[in-house]
Design a protein. Sequence first.
Length: 105
Amino acid sequence: MPDDVFLALASPARRRLLELLKDGPRTAGDLAAQFDMSRPSVAEHLKILRQAELVRDEPVGRQRFYHLQADRLEDVSEWLHPFEHFWRDRLRRMADLLENQDDRS
């Protein structure tokens, strides 16, 4: 698993940018308007996402549209899959324990 993807996903702002892009391409200005931070700060987050190949940019006239590249997230999903089983098993055991406690009451 490439570390650059995990580094990019470590920031809540970058995760929010990806969420915004899942509905389709958006301009840099439109994305920046969704945050309470400066446009250069949002641009830096977009740069990190581009470097991790999680987004691509497309210049159209004077605007730049950003597109989600979700295929890179498949690697993350594959890496997380064993942990999903771990937590599902833990939650099932906790539910069984709570159910048994209710039966004793």
